[in-house]
Design a protein around this ligand. Sequence first.
Ligand SMILES: O=C(CO)[C@H](O)[C@H](O)COP(=O)(O)O
Ligand SMILES: [Mg+2]
Ligand SMILES: [Mg+2]
Length: 224
Amino acid sequence: MSIDDAITSLRQGEFILLYDSGGRENEVDMVVAAQFVTPEHISRMRQNAGGLICLAINDSFAQKLNLRYMHDILSRSSDIDTDSKQMIMGTAPYGDHPTFSISINHKKTFTGITDLDRALTIKELAKLYNSNEPKKEFTSTFKTPGHVPLLLASNGLLASRQGHTEMSVYLAEISKLIPVTAICEMMDSQTYSALTVDKARKFAKENAIPFIDGKELLEFSKVH
Ligand SMILES: O=C(CO)[C@H](O)[C@H](O)COP(=O)(O)O
Ligand SMILES: [Mg+2]
Ligand SMILES: [Mg+2]
C-alpha cells in the first residue's frame, strides 16, 4: 500500500503501521491521528502493539506549550546531583536523542491509565492545537506526571531526525490533520522482542492496514 493509502486511513481515524529502518530501532509502530483517538484505539494499541503509548507533537506546538525534552529538563535541574546526572540519556544505543518530554493526564481522568482515561488525555491534547490560548489551557487542563508521555518532534521533521516521532507527525501534516499522533511500538509476545518487520507486514496485510516504510517516506519527503 502507498502513502496515499496511509493518508486516507489517517484521515478516517484508522491505524497505519510505520517502520523506521534497520539502521535505527528497527521497529514498527502503530500510528493514529490523535484528534480521532477513542478508547477502542487505546485498547487495540495495548493488545496489538503492546509497547508504550505516546503522544507525538510538532515543534511549533511544543514551543507554544513551552515544552522541553526531559533530558534537558533533568540536565538543568539543580535538584539532581552530578553523579545522578550521569544517568541522563544523551543518545540511545541506536544513535538518536530521545524525544521524551513530560508525561500528562487530562484533569478529568481518575488513574489516567484506563483506555477511557488515556483516550481523553490524547484527544483533548490534540484539540488544544486549535486553541487561542494553548499554553493557558494546557497548564489549567492537564496534570504532570501522568500516563501519556509526550514526544517532541524535531524542528524540520525528517530533515532533522528520522524517528517515529517525526515520521508520524509528518504523515499527519501531509494528511492536513492536526500534527499530533498517538504511537505505540509493536511487540512480539512469542519472542519477547520487538515484532519483526516481516511479521508486522503480515499483520498489516491480514488486517488491511497501510504499511509505511521509513526509507520510502524519507524519499517522498525530499521531493514533496
Ligand atoms: O521510544 C519510543 C517511545 O516509546 C518509540 O520508539 C517511539 O517510536 C518514538 O521514538 P522515536 O522517534 O525515537 O522512534
Ligand atoms: Mg524507541
Ligand atoms: Mg520509535
